[in-house]
Design a protein around this ligand. Structure first.
Ligand SMILES: Cc1cc2nc3c(=O)[nH]c(=O)nc-3n(C[C@H](O)[C@H](O)[C@H](O)COP(=O)(O)O)c2cc1C
Length: 299
């Protein structure tokens, strides 16, 4: 009911761990795999080790999470072992990378391939890291060059993760159509203010909003891009229950990623969502989840 192949990679279910949640170390990725994830995406890794921002970097809201971790990561040269450990889980391991130039992305992607990653996800969308992520990801000419540059240099699949923080979503999606799949969405740029202190809560002031409150934005993004782009879309943003997964599939997603729900429902969330999806499909007479892809598209 839930197994499928994407870009030649076999997944036991379409529920993949999203970048940035329990995925900096190989050991925690293995734990997530043991709890039913169909695949895992690593934390976004850059060229050099980065400490990220000062605390507070995460703020819990009743409807989601606001974070500005600042792309803290151990650096690509120290990351080979983590991929090796995660690969023991027997599901696809996707190496997420961030950079600011074509050459930077190519270097990182080649390293991920060398380490044994099954695919590379290009982070073109983090909303709170100066000089990276969304700042790169809203430059339409640059994202096209990055994807083309990386595609030429590696033979594993390339996924492009794009930002919802733009009115040019479809233009950006078309610019990265050379990728093997598109991942949408990253977090939504946002902020919170501590009214007693009279100052922003996060040390970085701005952060990325994730969780249930961004699901309608993610669903809309997937729906819009599905109509314009031929490549498979991986939907992410607020998927917490089986019914959220079904909604993304109906909008046009081929696979899904789950992040904040790991905080909300625990590490078992992957097997819980898989079970809820199966129950829903059985009740509604669907034999396989792929029958749902794009079902809600109104032409
Ligand atoms: C604490 C935290 C750290 C994140 N770090 C990354 C990251 O390093 N790279 C990236 O591409 N996305 C990162 N994200 C974004 C998630 O991968 C995902 O796109 C977003 O949170 C929406 O999905 P969700 O609502 O299921 O969490 C992070 C999200 C959170 C909450």
């Amino acid at each position: 009911m839930l197994s499928f192949t994407l870009n030649g990679l076999r997944f036991k279910n379409p529920l993949i761990l999203a970048s940035g949640i329990l995925d900096e170390s190989g050991e925690t990725m293995l734990k997530v795999i043991e709890h039913g994830a169909g695949g895992v995406v690593t934390k976004s890794i850059g060229r050099k080790p980065r400490e990220g921002y000062e605390n507070p970097v995460i703020y819990e809201l009743p409807y989601g999470l606001l974070n500005a971790i600042g792309l803290a990561n151990p650096g690509i040269e120290n990351y080979g072992e983590e991929i090796k450990v995660a690969k023991k889980g027997g599901v696809p391991v996707i190496g997420s990378v961030f950079g600011s130039t074509v050459e930077g992305f190519v270097y990182l992607a080649k390293k991920m391939e060398e380490y044994g990653a099954d695919a590379v996800e290009l982070n073109l969308s983090c909303p709170h890291a100066k000089g990276y992520g969304m700042e790169v990801g809203t430059d339409i000419a640059l994202v096209e060059e990055i994807v083309e540059g990386v595609k030429k240099e590696i033979s594993i699949p390339v996924w492009a993760k794009i930002t919802p923080n733009t009115e040019n979503l479809v233009k950006i999606a078309k610019a990265v159509e050379g990728a093997d799949a598109l991942v949408l969405i990253n977090t939504v740029k946002a902020m919170a203010i501590d009214i007693e202190a009279g100052m922003p809560v996060l040390s970085n002031k701005f952060g990325g909003l994730s969780g249930p409150c961004i699901k309608p934005i993610g669903v809309r993004a997937v729906y819009e891009v599905y109509r314009e782009v031929e490549k498979p879309i991986i939907g992410v943003g607020g998927i917490t229950y089986g019914r959220d997964a079904i909604e993304y599939l109906m909008a046009g997603a081929t696979a899904l990623q789950v992040g904040t729900a790991v905080y909300l429902r625990g590490i078992e969330v992957f097997s819980l969502i898989a079970k809820e999806m199966e129950e829903w499909m059985e009740k509604h007479g669907y034999a396989h989840f792929t029958e749902l892809i794009g079902l809600a598209q109104v032409r």
